[in-house]
Design a protein around this ligand. Structure first.
Ligand SMILES: Nc1ncnc2c1ncn2[C@@H]1O[C@H](COP(=O)(O)OP(=O)(O)OP(=O)(O)O)[C@@H](O)[C@H]1O
Ligand SMILES: [Mg+2]
Length: 228
């Protein structure tokens, strides 16, 4: 998979400042990218463009050569294919939880992929176990703790096993043990050769998992390190 951002400029409607300024990045399968930078520098905004939630003012966003915009994603066939291949974890992951139980939350995305019933069942069990959610399986996602919600949102998106996975602050709000095993899990995923993009304030995570580190400063992105 090839994700290309070319000279992207973007400002929010009610803001005079540019949230993204001339951002150009090329992201390819088999690599893990981290995006670091201070609060408000534009990391989540960049994710919103890559999720197809916002249209750049100028510049172009392409996935495997096809331009992606909110407008184009209204077309059902493109939309399905796009969200099948790309998985997203929102910084505020609460907004992506909407079913009645923890296990339904993991099953929902898998049903959208129209996987066979037996495969759905197997994956739900596997990801409940991996994310230590077995004891919470019948609980309502809305009433979980912050860290539990984050584990569930991660389990639900990773269970879909997308080709590219974009995670906005995947370990923030987790306790030390949670941070450790989610970080280990991200390293395992990386070994599978997927395209991963991770926004994080955690330098240790970036150092251990990134092939390429990207830093942002006031809406501008810069590569700071190439693979050793
Ligand atoms: N919906 C919005 N409307 C207006 N301005 C916004 C909106 N969302 C973000 N911004 C502004 O855009 C800029 C970039 O915000 P963004 O959320 O992308 O930063 P970030 O790097 O993800 O920060 P953090 O580390 O706090 O998550 C900030 O100045 C922010 O105030
Ligand atoms: Mg953010």
């Amino acid at each position: 998979m090839l994700i290309e951002l070319r000279n992207i400029n973007f400002s929010y409607k009610d803001s005079g400042e540019k949230a993204l300024e001339d951002v150009s990045l090329t992201l390819t399968s088999g690599n893990c990218y981290t995006i670091e930078g201070p609060n408000g520098c534009g990391k989540s905004t960049l994710f919103r463009i890559m999720m197809g939630l916002e249209k750049p003012e100028s510049g172009i966003y392409r996935v495997d050569g096809e331009e992606i915009t909110p407008q184009k994603l209204k077309k059902e066939s493109l939309r399905q294919n796009f969200y099948r291949r790309m998985g997203f974890l929102f910084q505020n992951c609460e907004i992506q939880l909407f079913t009645q139980t923890v296990e339904d939350e993991i099953a929902f995305g898998l049903e959208q992929l129209r996987l066979p019933e037996s495969e759905i069942h197997a994956r739900v069990e596997r990801y409940l176990e991996r994310f230590q959610l077995q004891n919470l399986r019948n609980r309502a996602p809305f009433h979980l703790s912050g860290g539990e919600k984050k584990r569930l949102a991660l389990a639900a998106v990773l269970a879909m096993e997308p080709e590219a996975i974009l995670m906005d602050e995947p370990i923030s709000g987790l306790d030390e043990e949670g941070q450790r095993w989610v970080s280990e899990f991200l390293l395992e995923m990386k070994a599978e050769g997927r395209l991963m993009v991770i926004a994080t304030h955690n330098r240790a995570l970036a150092q251990s998992v990134a092939d390429v580190r990207i830093t942002m400063q006031h809406g501008r992105a810069q590569l700071i390190e190439k693979p050793q």
